[in-house]
Design a protein around this ligand. Sequence first.
Ligand SMILES: Nc1nc2c(c(=O)[nH]1)N[C@H]1C(S)=C(S)[C@@H](COP(=O)(O)O)O[C@H]1N2
Ligand SMILES: [Mo]
Length: 538
Amino acid sequence: MENRIKPPAPGRRAGVRGRLLAGAATGVMAAGLLFAVAELLSAFFGTTSSPLTAVGSTFIDFTPAWMKNFAVATFGTNDKTVLLLSMAVVAVILSAVAGVLARRRFAAGAALVLAFAVVMAACVITRAGATVPDLFPLLAGTAAGLIALRYLAQAVARRQAAAAEDDDTTAQTPAAQPDAPQPTRRAFLVRSAVVAGAAVVVGVGAGALSSARNAAAKVRQALRLPAPARAAAPLPAGVQAPVAGVGRFITPSADFYRIDTALVVPQLDPGQWKLRVHGMVENEFTMTFDELLAADLVETYVTLTCVSNVVGGNLAGNAKWLGYPLREVLDRAKPKAGADMVLSTSSDGFSASTPLPVLQDKREALLAVAMNGEPLPLEHGFPVRMVVPGLYGYVSATKWVVDLEVTTFAAKAGYWTSRGWSSHGPIKTASRVEVPRALGRVPAGTVGIGGTAWAQQRGISKVEVQLDNGAWQPAALAAEASVDTWRQWSYMWEGATSGTHNVRVRAYDADGTLQIEKQAPPEPDGSTGWHSITFTVE
Ligand SMILES: Nc1nc2c(c(=O)[nH]1)N[C@H]1C(S)=C(S)[C@@H](COP(=O)(O)O)O[C@H]1N2
Ligand SMILES: [Mo]
């Protein structure tokens, strides 16, 4: 009683801080065990049952468009790492609070843990394809976490009681701290070691188990691809602009930009994979992976582009794809009159709305199984994804695709369309300067300027550059592989004078239509504006 009224002595203030820290540590350790146990069990129940993945994915799904833009613009393709780190920070803070509460009253700390378990349960059960058993890992983890919290809180309380007794006897001489650790303190340390050790061991086991059980990578490695029934026309000579430093015409798969809402890359087993084709069709059917590989596959070069790409950005990539024409899939399904859209859905619930006519016209829209001569990399949609020339990825390029529903734009909307983005997403004509680098330094003399332009489905007919606000000059165009691939360009600036210079680029599509000059952000249907950079000639 007396302790509460008297202002705390300096030594005692340090004691309060120590106890708060002990409480916080208690909470963090108990939460560590909770998540480790849940993740270990979710290795058996499947990714859908992982509370960490479910919470992160739910967060991603509720991220407003402006925040998504900000994340992509600020962190690029590291946006997921940033999300995971932020989640970890929030989890540490919340569990520390629960630990501090539990130190005083166990029920209060436990209530906080339970409240968050309920929130996590809501995230788990609302994921695509989740069923009630998916709650089990979270349930078991929460039980383990609460037991650990209780076990540690008891030790903290005992230590606190002992410290209070000490305070009564040593209050006059706060400097006289006992050197030897008291037994209560040792008990707390032992219990902490038990819980923290268990969390680490179980957590490491969870990691090992989930990678061992995810056989997709191994199956992919062993997969043999059939030869195409129709191979891509060989690339013409000279698709690469003759300026060192311009990007490769074919983007190596490892360097290909990756954009998706999947916090954990879906691991699909091709042996289990099925594509369901249904909706406004005469003939609903499902297709297995073997049936897909046995069909006549087509090979084609297509440049994919993300609607979130900013002027001069690098969310575009060009690859050789092998796949089954979606035209054939739809011929077999026989869409009914009135249908105008195909909603493609991935195993993790992402969806894209593609105009039906686009999938039926002459362009090579594919259910792709290979990228650059190899099975699709897991992060690019293994075992099957869509590739549709001429449309931004968010309305066409569904990775890990498992469902095609023939429907109407009036009835259904894709993932991003229901979040403020345009329902139709034709790719806008774009061009960018890649060499010199923005703010780069180059030697005097002849300066090689070069970059890439694209207008998928239409093709690029002309590119012009402008130096230091002078007259627009035609750039040399590299060879065109097809209207569905990007096209490189170059311009040799003879006798460049030393100093700071500016270069701008603009492209024309095959109709002679000039790229839009007005600067606009990506939302809602793709950025516009002429790319301009500044560089220094030495
Ligand atoms: N399943 C799934 N497929 C998806 C997405 C996604 O979030 N989930 N994002 C789309 C978007 S916005 C783009 S730009 C392309 C990117 O494909 P890539 O990662 O292979 O470059 O995939 C599309 N397909
Ligand atoms: Mo995208």
